[in-house]
Write a protein that binds this ligand. Structure first.
Ligand code: FAD
Ligand code: SF4
Ligand code: SF4
Length: 416
């Protein structure tokens, strides 16, 4: 199998997932995240020649190109078990933020918001690196640093559109202060990959928290929602927005666009994702070998049986996996401090509420095989139990996934 040999090859071969780490490594004068529009994706643009060291570091740290789920005895300790589909785990819980206002405001049960506030207010970290809606263009999102409770609350909720959470990561390390990172599993893999190149990551990143991730939509999908709900200006009405939210204020809550006169235009969460128009997303998510954040300290997810909501709950629920000793201590401290209300469960709960992630991981080997047969450049995935999880499925499942991938490759969906 051939892996990318340059930043351009990562992007051209559909392996970029838009995290922004390459910008942070090379510096904005050399690499800057920019919009590829349509369909509305963030991709690195090389502005100046990249020196060999920067390009080598990017190739080794880029999470689009490399994932390594190897349990590290120093982080995971002796008590860690490994589930082939969900990776390393110490304990599993179901629960939510104790504060009802956080629980209602946030995406699911408010777990990440509550944990972030706890990390700040307990003095464990000076700031949180995560994302929020762009104040000036609320359909878009941007990387965000929270230093106060109010900053964290402003970032609550899922941003299902493109965002580059790591575009300022090296600037945050330059501050020399302890911090935590919240992001998608791939964002957190970028952090851990980069730790091999910069010892400050191990010293300063006090905790990494991820949510289970099924992909995010191109900006065009959000524009189509504006059209469907009759927003002023239709699909091109972005400049008329004063707020754009994908979910929250209930679980999942509506996808909401508010115009400059304050008029609310809502769409049901299920219609946004599963309506007749459908939505588009980047190729790289089809071969996501780590949809649940196996390298994190704590993973948080939705808790809907079967993986999708049936009703809009007033107060939502989360599931939690502590994966490292540090993550397990953080969870226990948050429970003892009354920040989270939880019941301990076992790993079978994750199979009940995240079946789509199990199925996705089971399919990765077959999809990668189709790519290799086609002569594609492929990412480097290590220590993610892909053979064990694939062995749980029958021949027909793998053949269907291989054929599906061949068909997508024949349409050039991996080319950017
Ligand atoms: C793109 C995407 C895909 C998802 N797919 C699934 C799925 O398949 N299964 C599932 O169980 N859950 C999925 N979720 C997670 C789910 O929507 C909840 O976010 C999760 O359960 C945490 O809920 P919470 O109430 O604790 O989060 P909140 O307390 O609302 O906190 C959310 C945190 O996530 C950060 N964040 C939001 N969007 C992004 C983003 N795009 N990139 C980086 N950081 C971000 C915010 O800054 C905030 O800190 C997805 C979320 C996103 C954004
Ligand atoms: S995945 Fe991240 S680091 Fe890799 S090329 Fe894309 S933006 Fe850069
Ligand atoms: S599906 Fe995987 S690759 Fe895609 S955004 Fe989510 S974590 Fe990243």
């Amino acid at each position: 199998m051939r892996h990318p040999r340059s930043l351009s090859e990562i992007v051209e071969n559909g392996l970029c997932l838009g995290c922004g780490l390459c910008q942070a490594i090379a510096g904005r004068d050399k690499v800057a995240m920019g919009w590829v529009d349509p369909p509305g994706r963030l991709r690195p643009v090389i502005r100046q020649h990249l020196d060999e060291t920067s390009e080598r570091t990017i190739l080794e740290a880029c999470p689009g190109m490399r994932l390594d789920g190897a349990p590290d005895p120093r982080r995971h300790g002796d008590t860690v078990a490994v589930d082939p589909a969900f990776g390393p785990f110490i304990r599993v819980w179901k629960g939510h933020a104790r504060d009802p206002s956080i629980r209602h405001l946030a995406s699911s049960g408010g777990a990440l918001t509550a944990l972030a506030i706890h990390l700040l207010e307990s003095g464990a970290v000076d700031f949180i690196s995560h994302v929020r809606a762009d104040e000036n263009r609320p359909m878009r999102s941007r990387s965000h640093v929270s230093r106060t409770r109010d900053d964290v609350l402003a970032a609550a909720g899922s941003r299902y559109g493109p965002v580059a959470p790591l575009d300022r990561f090296t600037e945050l390390l330059d501050e020399g202060r302890p911090f935590a990172v919240i992001g998608k599993p791939c964002d957190i893999s970028g952090v851990h990959n980069f730790a091999r190149h910069d010892s400050r990551v191990g010293e300063l990143v006090h905790a990494t928290l991820a949510f289970s991730c099924g992909t995010f939509a191109d900006l065009d999908s959000s524009r189509q929602m504006l059209e469907r709900v009759g927003f002023p200006g239709g699909a091109r009405g972005e400049e008329n927005l004063s707020l754009f939210r994908y979910r929250g204020y209930g679980c999942p809550g509506p996808t909401r666009a508010v115009d400059r006169e304050g008029k609310v235009h809502d769409e049901d969460y299920l219609d946004f994702w599963y309506g007749p128009q459908g939505w588009t997303f980047q190729f790289r998510c089809r071969i996501c070998a780590d949809p649940t954040g196996e390298t994190t300290d704590v993973t948080v997810a939705d808790a809907w049986p079967g993986g999708a909501p049936e009703v809009n709950e007033h107060g939502g629920w989360n599931t939690f996996i502590s994966r490292t000793e540090r993550g397990d201590v953080l969870m226990q401290e948050a429970i003892d401090a009354g920040v989270l209300v939880v019941e301990e469960q076992d790993i079978s709960l994750m199979h009940e509420v995240q079946p789509h992630q199990v199925e996705k991981k089971q399919a990765i080997n077959a999809r990668l095989e189709a790519m290799a047969e086609d002569g594609c450049v492929v990412p480097d995935f290590r220590n993610l139990n892909l053979d064990d999880v694939a062995a749980q499925r029958e021949h027909v499942f793998h053949r269907t996934n291989r054929d599906g991938m061949r068909e997508r490759l024949s349409r050039g969906l991996n080319r950017e």
